[in-house]
Ligand binder design. Structure first.
Ligand SMILES: *[C@@H]1O[C@H](CO)[C@@H](O)[C@H](O)[C@H]1NC(C)=O
Ligand SMILES: *[C@@H]1O[C@H](CO)[C@@H](O)[C@H](O)[C@H]1NC(C)=O
Ligand SMILES: *[C@@H]1O[C@H](CO)[C@@H](O)[C@H](O)[C@H]1NC(C)=O
Ligand SMILES: *[C@@H]1O[C@H](CO)[C@@H](O)[C@H](O)[C@H]1NC(C)=O
Length: 205
């Protein structure tokens, strides 16, 4: 009897104490530890932002990306690539040079992202990217967001370990728009594309 009382008494504390500092939900989305939406919860090194019930990730150059999905078991989350602005072939983070994470951040870009760059200048052809007419980036022209990138020079690449894991660079006079797909498979139809940039974090000690 005492054992049972003790168990009922201790159990809620045991389950809470494994995550001492979990943040409350943001809208309908759970915010698992160590992600932190305020100074009072989570781990301050893993800051994310809850704005208007939408969870967002802030790049090191000051652009907010919507968080689509979080997987605490693989220490990863997926953010939405920025919009390509209406009637242009320019990503909305173009003026900031694209996506960037600080070198000392616990987050990095995972190796499951296929990045597609659009409206590139000719000198990109010197780099080891797939800019051929059979590159999967050509297929993006079929969807409405890619319409204004039609017939621009586009290239794709898998953002694997040979690439920097802290930025996706675009600029005027380089490439001016990009998208990213998580776990892209060449044989899949465009309707199955999973738009997103997958980030990983180093778990806190
Ligand atoms: C907040 O979200 C609601 C519902 O998603 C939306 O209608 C509203 O415009 C948003 N407000 C701001 C300031 O973004
Ligand atoms: C570019 O990608 C396409 C489709 O995946 C592939 O068939 C082609 O061989 C690639 N070309 C280069 C130069 O890597
Ligand atoms: C393509 O990039 C150039 C600059 O490199 C820019 O002037 C032009 O507006 C871009 N095209 C579109 C359709 O946005
Ligand atoms: C990103 O961080 C994870 C977790 O620390 C690590 O396992 C992975 O190797 C890193 N990826 C790259 C591409 O640096």
């Amino acid at each position: 009897m005492i054992g049972l009382v003790l168990f009922l008494f201790l159990f809620p504390f045991a389950s809470v104490s494994s995550y001492p500092n979990n943040c409350p939900k943001c809208g309908t989305m759970d915010v698992p530890y160590p992600l932190s939406t305020s100074d009072n919860c989570g781990n301050p090194n893993y800051k994310v932002y809850c704005k208007n019930d939408t969870l967002e990730f802030l790049s090191s150059v000051g652009f907010y990306y919507k968080i689509l999905n979080i997987n605490p078991y693989t220490s990863s989350l997926i953010i939405s690539p920025p919009f390509i602005q209406k009637d242009t072939c320019q990503s909305s983070d173009l003026s900031l040079g694209g996506f960037k994470i600080g070198e000392n951040s616990p987050f990095n870009i995972s190796s499951r992202n296929t990045v597609m760059l659009f409206n590139c200048s000719e000198n990109i052809l010197l780099s080891p990217l797939n800019c051929s007419s059979s590159s999967p980036c050509r297929r993006f022209e079929e969807v409405s967001q890619g319409r204004n990138c039609k017939n621009t020079l586009c290239c794709s690449y898998l953002k694997d370990a040979s690439m920097t894991s802290h930025r996706i660079r675009i600029r005027d006079g380089g490439c001016t728009a990009y998208i990213s797909l998580v776990d892209f498979k060449a044989e899949e139809s465009i309707n199955a594309w999973r738009y997103g940039i997958e980030l990983q974090w180093i778990p806190p000690n």
